[in-house]
Design a protein around this ligand. Structure first.
Ligand SMILES: C[S@@+](CC[C@H](N)C(=O)[O-])C[C@H]1O[C@@H](n2cnc3c(N)ncnc32)[C@H](O)[C@@H]1O
Length: 248
């Protein structure tokens, strides 16, 4: 997974003046400076857990998932423990990533205890094999700097919860370009669209509606789920929409 982190700066890629000014805009964003993580729901999203438990998505048995703007990591950990995928959580907030790294250590040890309680003592010895544990990594990296060189760098699943709505609307076309770059053919993009608050021209969060996604994603996607999540977080009820896209 380390291989996918090809950052422009590290690899000497030259940024155009426009790209440089976008970077400055992001570097100066409230998120980068954030010493706290007030958006943190304190738990994973029930809508994501229900979707994964339902097994309605045609997902491969093994694979890689990406969570851009992962915050303190709740949902990335759920993806790792539920699907057993390699998961990469990214955030430009170093504070959030530090918290996510601490959280994953605690969560993975409870996951091991859970697995051990479900297995015989003999089988539990196999849990020492690190390949059996979900591999969840967190990196303090800008989503727009990911630069996959070939298909093996791409993801079977990308999950966006309150990331699209956190970036300035002028960057949404770049979000769409990146998703097209990063999701494998037949891979899935889960968008848990929130908060669907009344119109505002200030943010984050910026104004968002489900119809803002197709223009930036383009034609090469099939919508496979589109509904209000059965069980939103208490304070998000009727303000979320779950839309899942399959890359054609
Ligand atoms: C509203 S928060 C949501 C965090 C997380 N999804 C959650 O629900 O707790 C948006 C997150 O996106 C991160 N972010 C903003 N721009 C980013 C970028 N270009 N690359 C990676 N993360 C970014 C922010 O630092 C912040 O943690």
């Amino acid at each position: 997974m380390q291989k996918i982190l090809k950052l422009g700066k590290k690899h000497g890629r030259n940024f155009s003046p426009q790209r440089r000014s976008q970077r400055l805009q992001i570097d100066g964003s409230i998120f980068r400076k954030q010493q706290d993580t007030p958006w943190d729901a304190g738990k994973s999203q029930p809508g994501l857990r229900t979707l994964l438990d339902s097994k309605e998505l045609d997902l491969p048995a093994t694979g890689k998932a990406l969570v851009p703007g992962c915050g303190t990591g709740y949902d990335a950990i759920v993806l790792g423990t539920t699907l057993g995928y390699e998961v990469l959580g990214l955030d430009i907030s170093a504070t959030a990533i530090e918290k996510a790294r601490r959280r994953v250590l605690v969560s993975l040890s409870s996951y091991r205890v859970l697995l051990m309680s479900r297995h015989s003592l003999l089988q539990s010895a196999a849990l020492e094999d690190p390949s059996l544990a979900p591999k969840v990594q967190f990196q303090d990296v800008d989503f727009f700097d990911l630069n996959p060189s070939d298909d093996s760098d791409k993801f079977d699943l990308v999950y966006d919860y309150t990331f699209f709505v956190a970036i300035p609307p002028s960057r949404r076309p770049s979000w769409g370009t990146q998703m097209n770059e990063l999701v494998k053919q037949n891979g899935h993009l889960i968008t848990l669209i929130s908060p669907m608050i009344p119109y505002t021209d200030v943010g984050p969060p910026f104004y968002v509606r489900p119809e803002h996604y197709p223009p930036v994603l383009g034609d090469g996607w099939e919508k496979v789920v589109d509904r209000e999540p059965e069980n939103s977080s208490e304070n998000h009820v009727v303000r979320q929409r779950l839309v899942v896209w399959r890359k054609l």
